[in-house]
Design a protein around this ligand. Structure first.
Ligand code: 13P
Length: 248
């Protein structure tokens, strides 16, 4: 049985002081349940959150990492560096990184493999643009992303990956995919994972939906068979809103 997993993605929002204030407020209202919870924060806030969430069970996630352990890569952060400060997860291949920072399926795949080898759990993002959906090619596109991003990953490791389906047209637009559209694609992603790893493995893989998730639509999205959680942008910035989604 897959456990629901709700992760907040703060993107490039919140200073360390603001992150600490969020954590203090969130801890007051949060009661652990059988929902897995994590926050993906900017690098400089990861340690602040690690300390603030100690003993709460709330996970800490980075939003990106490099695929090498170390090297002449000015401005980059590696998986062992994240692991050292107790980071649990890393978002990999977010559409904003693919669009603005030239991430490709090849670099995404290298990063997913490195994260797994360092004990960091990847939250692997996929999703199509509006143009691709309007052309009716969304499944072909997302299927190709999944196949390329999982290349060379063994079944035992594949189970540790969370896939986040985030249609680009639904991110930050207020235009959520309908529960049916989201379910259809998440079921298709599971079908591709079944092809790659067999049903026993694909049934264990957590698949999140992301794109304008808010308290008002979380319950319906989460009640779909193949949607196991949410990757939440804007609505994760306020403790009360994020908590409502965690309690979907
Ligand atoms: P919004 O929830 O703000 O649409 O962002 C979604 C997202 O990109 C999460 O990674």
């Amino acid at each position: 049985m897959r456990k629901p997993f709700i992760a907040g993605n703060w993107k490039m929002y919140k200073t360390a002081a603001e992150a600490e204030a969020f954590a203090e407020e969130f801890k007051k209202i949060y009661a652990p349940s059988d929902v897995r919870v994590a926050i993906a924060a900017p690098y400089t806030q990861l340690w602040t959150l690690r300390k603030a969430f100690e003993g709460t069970g709330i996970g800490v996630a980075a939003q990106n990492m490099h695929w090498e352990d170390q090297g002449a890569f000015t401005g980059e952060i590696s998986a062992p560096m994240l692991k050292e400060i107790g980071v649990d997860y890393c978002i990999i291949g977010h559409s904003e990184r693919r669009e603005y920072f030239a991430e490709t399926d090849e670099t995404v795949n290298k990063k997913v493999r490195k994260a797994l080898s360092c004990g960091i759990l990847p939250i692997l993002c996929c999703g199509e643009s509006l143009k691709t959906r309007d052309a009716g090619q969304e499944k072909e596109f997302v299927g190709a992303q999944i196949r390329a991003d999982f290349a060379g990953i063994e079944a035992e490791d594949a189970k540790k990956v969370t896939v986040a389906y985030e249609p680009i047209w639904a991110i930050g637009t207020g235009r959520t995919a309908s529960p049916q559209q989201a379910q259809d694609m998440c079921a298709y992603i599971r079908e591709v994972l079944t092809e790659l790893y067999g049903e026993d493995v694909s049934e264990e893989i957590t698949i999140q939906y992301g794109g304008s998730v808010k308290p008002a639509n979380a319950t319906e999205l989460m009640s779909q068979d193949d949607i196991d959680g949410a990757l939440v942008g804007g609505a994760s910035l306020k403790p009360a809103d994020f908590l409502e989604i965690v309690h979907f």
